[in-house]
Design a protein around this ligand. Structure first.
Ligand code: SAH
Ligand code: SF4
Length: 417
């Protein structure tokens, strides 16, 4: 196996600016060019990148298993632009239209293997199989809810796992996908962050989840919506998230309209601005969860680094740049943030920018002390906001019987081991 030389620069142990429940593992700074190193992308785990703070690599012994490195010589083709595939085929003296054929097989026809690409020569199919990986993950758990929601637990080559979900609703087919293995934020009510961040997912792995959910829809039915609301904080894995967004949106890719794609963030203000500058028409959802900074800091450790004022400003900037109204997400926690005062505070916040409020009934996590308010308490909260002139919706809980909340299925599997 050809191995590129790894050059790790000086170890950097700068304290992480955001408190997190569990941050373990060695952190090394890196020379940006290493990101292109094929062995390294497998051996190393990119960890949260927050502007002005640190961007690093997390290495762990178990992340460098030999079978993983062996197959790492094959690159993932998911998320590669038509130009890259064309360039690769050109080197083999294949005509330019071959790239279109390969890409159509992947995204239009949902081919699971290069061998299925029957309008390509056998030799080319073999060469593609030798050089590229199409699907990396194995489906290790599939849970189907009585309401039609299907949740998959995918296992990657390094044996880490992440969740993706199909949420059917009338003609709508929504995929909920993850951007990280675990989450570095550690919100007090959420299952995803209980064990901290294990590693970043690559753009290909993020796209692969949407493809796995597309496979659940069957060949006749297309994904209509994609929400980045699974495990992890998308804006702390910014580049991979943006690359994945592009493939999911591209007409040659999964072809999901930008307005049908939602990125949910716990609220990294500089990254929200950076996303706004890309002027994609995607929906931005900011997890607010509290009407004031004190309560927000109690629920969301990273709120210590970003005030609600900064977040509102970033949301306003997003609207200015994209013309897209921002969604404010608010998970309802009984006795914590569901009182009439909280509704009044939330109404005041939401009036400061062009926004819609999305109330999320809390999906209880067995190990955590939070509960969902009663249906009547949630209705009064909703009405309080409506009467204050807020455009507000109460989300229906989906997949409650299959560990519906993000991170729960993975957590349950982890506890079994
Ligand atoms: N990290 C991002 C996106 C993933 S979480 C974020 O926090 O926005 C997506 C949404 O699910 C967030 O609004 C989050 O607060 C919410 N959530 C997390 N755990 C939940 C639970 N147990 N019940 C209901 N909503 C939950
Ligand atoms: Fe991470 Fe979002 Fe869960 Fe918070 S709510 S721990 S940011 S996944």
């Amino acid at each position: 196996m050809a191995r590129d030389t790894l050059v790790l620069c000086a170890l950097e142990t700068t304290a992480y600016p955001y408190p997190s429940r569990d941050r373990q593992g060695a952190v090394a700074s890196h020379d940006g060019s290493l990101a292109e190193n094929r062995s390294l992308t497998v051996a190393a785990r990119f960890v949260a990148t927050v502007p002005g703070h640190y961007s690093g690599l997390m290495l762990s012994e178990e992340s460098i298993s030999s079978d993983e490195i062996g197959s790492a010589d094959r690159r993932s083709i998911l998320g590669r632009s038509p130009e890259i595939v064309e360039g690769y085929l050109r080197e083999m003296n294949e005509p330019a239209f071959r790239a279109r054929q390969v890409i159509e097989w992947i995204y239009r026809h949902g081919a699971g293997e290069f061998s299925e690409m029957t309008n390509l020569s056998k030799r080319l199919r073999q060469r593609l199989t030798d050089d590229w990986t199409l699907f990396e993950s194995q489906i290790v758990n599939r849970a189907e809810s009585s309401d039609g929601t299907v949740k998959l637990l995918l296992q990657w080559r390094d044996r880490s796992t992440s969740e993706c979900v199909l949420i059917p609703d009338g003609v709508r087919r929504t995929a909920c996908i993850s951007t990280q293995v675990g989450c570095p934020v550690g919100c007090r009510f959420c299952a995803s962050g209980i064990d901290g961040l294990q590693r970043q997912l690559s753009a290909a792995q993020i796209v692969e989840q949407a493809m796995r959910v597309q496979q659940l829809c069957g060949r006749e039915d297309r994904l209509s919506n994609v929400v980045f609301m699974g495990l992890g904080e998308p804006l702390a894995n910014f580049d991979a998230t943006v690359d994945a967004l592009r493939t999911i949106n591209a007409d040659w890719g999964l072809n999901v309209g930008a307005r049908k794609i939602t990125v949910s963030t716990v609220g990294l203000a500089p990254r929200i601005r950076q996303l706004a500058d890309l002027k994609m028409q995607i929906t931005l959802a900011i997890s607010i969860h509290a009407p004031d900074d004190d309560l927000r800091k109690q629920l969301i450790p990273w709120a210590a680094a970003t005030s609600l004022d900064e977040l509102i400003d970033a949301g306003r900037y997003y609207f200015q740049k994209t013309g897209r109204e921002v969604t404010l997400e608010y998970v309802l926690l009984a006795g914590v943030n569901d009182q009439p005062d909280h509704a009044r505070g939330l109404a005041r916040l939401s009036r400061r920018l062009r926004s819609t409020v999305n109330l999320i009934p809390y999906n209880p996590v067995p190990e955590l002390p939070y509960r969902c308010p009663s249906p009547s308490a949630m209705q009064s909260f909703l009405l309080g906001l409506r009467e204050a002139g807020v455009n507000v919706h109460l989300r229906r809980s989906r997949g409650l019987d299959i560990d519906g909340a993000c991170g729960q299925l993975r957590r349950r599997e982890a506890l079994k081991r």
